[in-house]
Design a protein around this ligand. Sequence first.
Ligand SMILES: Nc1ncnc2c1ncn2[C@@H]1O[C@H](COP(=O)(O)OP(=O)(O)OP(=O)(O)O)[C@@H](O)[C@H]1O
Length: 342
Amino acid sequence: MITTQDIQQKTIADLFDQYPFLPGFFEENTLEVDGQINEKLDDFLNILDDEEEKENRAMDKAQVIESMAEYITQMLAFLGEDEDEGVNSITLLPGTNKSGEKEQFEELTINKSEIVCIVGPTGSGKSRLLADIEWVAQNDTPTSRTILVNGEEGDKKWRVTSGHKLVAQLSQNMNFVMDLSVYEFIELHAQSRLVEDVEGVIQKIFEQANNLAGEKFSLDTPITSLSGGQSRALMIADTAILSKSPIILIDEIENAGIDRKKALELLVGEEKIVLMATHDPILALMGDRRIVIKNGGIHKVIETSGDEQNLLSELERMDNVIQNMRTRLRHGEIIRQEDIGF
Ligand SMILES: Nc1ncnc2c1ncn2[C@@H]1O[C@H](COP(=O)(O)OP(=O)(O)OP(=O)(O)O)[C@@H](O)[C@H]1O
């Protein structure tokens, strides 16, 4: 909540710096700053106490400052940037499994820049756990779990306001229907987020997306003609860089056409909490920890050991062989024993 005291004594230049959307308020209210950018807001607005001005605007200086503070507060909430926004951790408190038995852990806290994988047989409840986190469950889902944000009882604001979205979902099916180029798509999203350096953000997302995608694409490629891997790469880069949501939930990243290791590094590098449900051993071992789900409940939480991390590179090598086979078969080649290499 921004108060009139917070802004009154600051210069207009400082306020514009701090709140890049504020010039919009000045324009709307026909407040022309011109050469007075370095004046304190309070001094600048003295002109409004002039009788004629007061009549024209039907608002005096105090009312303008008040409405400006309100505008800043609302814009910050809309952009998901209020001061209390910083999410450093989420904590899961146990509920019950499908048989109604208490889950086998006491409390599980996941911090910023951590990757936690969720593994378990088909139908065991992996997606349900992701859904509980998205809903910031408060003992009000089929599992009776409770999710704390920064160690505190979840605030229901996370469920409703768009700017407050706690979670961004990356799902398997990302079909674009809009008739836009890659450039226009990112530009639209950047503008809706009111970022200052739209051009810089477009370049950054474009570069990162191409860094993840197997096959390169250009800024003028229509998004409808991106391949599955390219669209996923674009969405991951876009989410990592533009989404304000502190938590990313992933229901499996398909292997085709995307460098999954780099994708996770990009998300974690942007200080996100990443939770990923997966059946893939390589992804499961890329996490710092993995939650094992059994019969709807959290059965175990396992830290990825050094030995497992070493095994990961071996698994990646085997995966590369399979990927390579796939590409060659697709191109009509004949495979021989020596191609397999182990
Ligand atoms: N603790 C629970 N209590 C009651 N119902 C549950 C519980 N956990 C999961 N379920 C229900 O079990 C069903 C299967 O769960 P879910 O879809 O999450 O499985 P999954 O592990 O994601 O499966 P898949 O690997 O096939 O994607 C869902 O209907 C879900 O709501």
